[in-house]
Ligand binder design. Structure first.
Ligand code: URA
Length: 192
């Protein structure tokens, strides 16, 4: 599948979005990054300061850690597609409001349709409650697989949470190895 063109068309439609109030305060809209033909998709919460300035997801401190986490399981941005629940930065990095998530969900839904990943990794509670279960408990349910619309979905702690609280890192390393093992089982070509 060659979904680059479809994704660039969708990006073009998304870039001017004013579907919620976040469109009024953003610097740049942060659409997505990585390989639209990937078997594995990572979904974060929403842009922070650096992402808002650069228009690329996960390029600040949390982004460097995410790149390191991917490296630990032999992944990089050419082997995954990365997007966020909301495409525009919430002021002062507050959690995106339910109405902002709802207004933005059409874009992520179309991105997921285009990529058609076998595996979706939710980065943090906001992505997990949006994509897996509205009652998702990140402390209890990180590292567990869920089948959602025929895709294997698992949530790990958000890299920002791992920067704040290093005590969560060992269990996240276990979760990352679980992810690598499921990728090897379902789509070994990712590692070829
Ligand atoms: N945190 C997120 O959830 N997404 C980004 O793109 C950057 C930081």
């Amino acid at each position: 599948k060659l979904m680059d063109k479809a994704m660039e068309e969708l990006r073009g439609q998304c870039l001017g979005c004013e579907g919620c109030v976040l469109g009024k305060t953003r610097t740049k809209l942060v659409f997505g990054d990585g390989n639209p033909n990937a078997k594995v998709m990572l979904v974060g919460e929403g842009p922070g300061e650096q992402e808002d300035l650069q228009g690329i997801p996960f390029v600040g401190r949390a982004g460097f850690l995410l790149d390191d986490m991917m490296k630990m399981i032999d992944l990089d941005r050419s082997r995954v597609y990365i997007a966020n629940i909301v495409k525009c930065r919430p002021p002062h990095n507050r959690d995106p409001l339910p109405e902002e998530r709802d207004a933005c969900s059409q874009w992520l839904k179309k991105q997921i349709e285009i990529v058609d990943p076998l595996i979706i990794i939710c980065l943090g509670r906001i992505a997990a409650t949006s994509l897996i279960d509205e009652d998702f408990r990140i402390t209890r349910q990180h590292g567990q697989w869920f089948d959602v619309d025929g895709r294997r979905c698992l949530a790990i702690y958000h890299p920002s949470a791992l920067l704040r609280d290093v005590s969560k890192r060992p269990e996240t390393f276990t979760d990352l190895r679980e992810i690598r093992s499921e990728i090897r089982r379902l789509c070994p070509e990712v590692y070829e």
